[in-house]
Write a protein that binds this ligand. Structure first.
Ligand code: ADP
Ligand code: MG
Length: 256
């Protein structure tokens, strides 16, 4: 059993340390759980995920992030990954000439202890087993990473990498407004195939629609840098039918 804990997390832009974007987020995710963060545009959802990933544009100005009780804030992004976090932001947009199979192999190799060599036969055996699980065509792995990929294929590559790295937690920020229904289904099927007591997910999404495919255990609404409401999957349904205005009213400071 693993836990990922955000404790009163505050995040600012590195360039503007006085401009607070995330203003005290507290959240505990256990392995086996799927949490969704929803909310209107510009409320700090992507900033939250990038800060946890260690993106240099964002600085954590307060609070802590703990993986199994240990702070990850002093870790480089690759160390965070080795510790068991899968963070979508590490993915290169395009690597011409590097096949998916070799790219993922390098990522898996990088997680091994120094001096340990990845055995090619067992690597491919595991890769093909994961591809079968995710219903990915064998031909896919010989293509270059993201080279001329559709939205769905990019997601397939990302999900395959996630399946191979077997992280304790995945942070997924499905921001892309161009995410079509095919890509959405790839993400959902991948996450659902990987759901297990050893794997937790923090799914950030603007789309209630994604949550039709990945049924979350918990739903959190973020507004103005804070989680203002939490609930179960019925909260996502309520947001779909009622929008966000009613929550805004609940949490808006009373006008004098
Ligand atoms: P969300 O993902 O909820 O739509 P974001 O985290 O992307 O929100 O953005 C929250 C706020 O922070 C927005 O006002 C956005 O303009 C600002 N912001 C985020 N990243 C940057 C950046 N790199 N430079 C300047 N402003 C930023
Ligand atoms: Mg966003």
């Amino acid at each position: 059993m693993h836990t990922l804990e955000l404790r009163d997390l505050h995040v600012a832009l590195t360039e503007q340390p006085d401009k607070s974007i995330v203003k005290g987020v507290t959240l505990t995710i256990k392995s086996g759980e799927v949490h969704a963060i929803m909310g209107p545009n510009g409320t700090g959802k992507s900033t939250l995920s990038k800060a946890v990933a260690g993106h240099p544009d964002y600085t954590i100005t307060g609070g802590d992030v703990l993986l199994d009780g240990k702070s990850i804030l002093e870790m480089e992004p690759d160390e965070r990954a080795r510790a068991g976090l899968f963070l979508a932001f590490q993915y290169p947009s395009e690597i011409p000439g590097v096949s998916i199979a070799n790219f993922i192999r390098a990522a898996v190799q990088a997680r091994l202890k120094e001096g340990e060599e990845l055995d090619a036969t067992s690597y491919y055996k595991r890769l093909y087993a994961k591809m079968d699980l995710l219903k990915i065509d064998r031909k896919f792995t010989s293509r270059a990473v993201n080279d001329g990929f559709s939205g769905g294929e990019k997601k397939r590559c990302e999900i395959l990498q996630m399946a191979m790295l077997e992280p304790a937690f995945a942070l997924m920020d499905e921001t892309d407004s161009g995410l079509d229904i095919d890509a959405l289904k790839v993400v959902a099927e991948g996450v659902n195939a990987m759901r297990s007591p050893r794997f937790g997910v923090l799914m950030i999404t603007h789309y209630q629609r994604l949550l039709d495919y990945i049924v979350p255990d918990f739903v959190h609404v973020m507004m103005d840098g804070r989680i203002v409401k939490s609930g179960d999957k019925t909260l996502a349904m309520e947001l779909e039918s009622r929008g966000y205005d009613w929550i805004k009213k609940e949490f808006a400071p009373a006008k004098a």
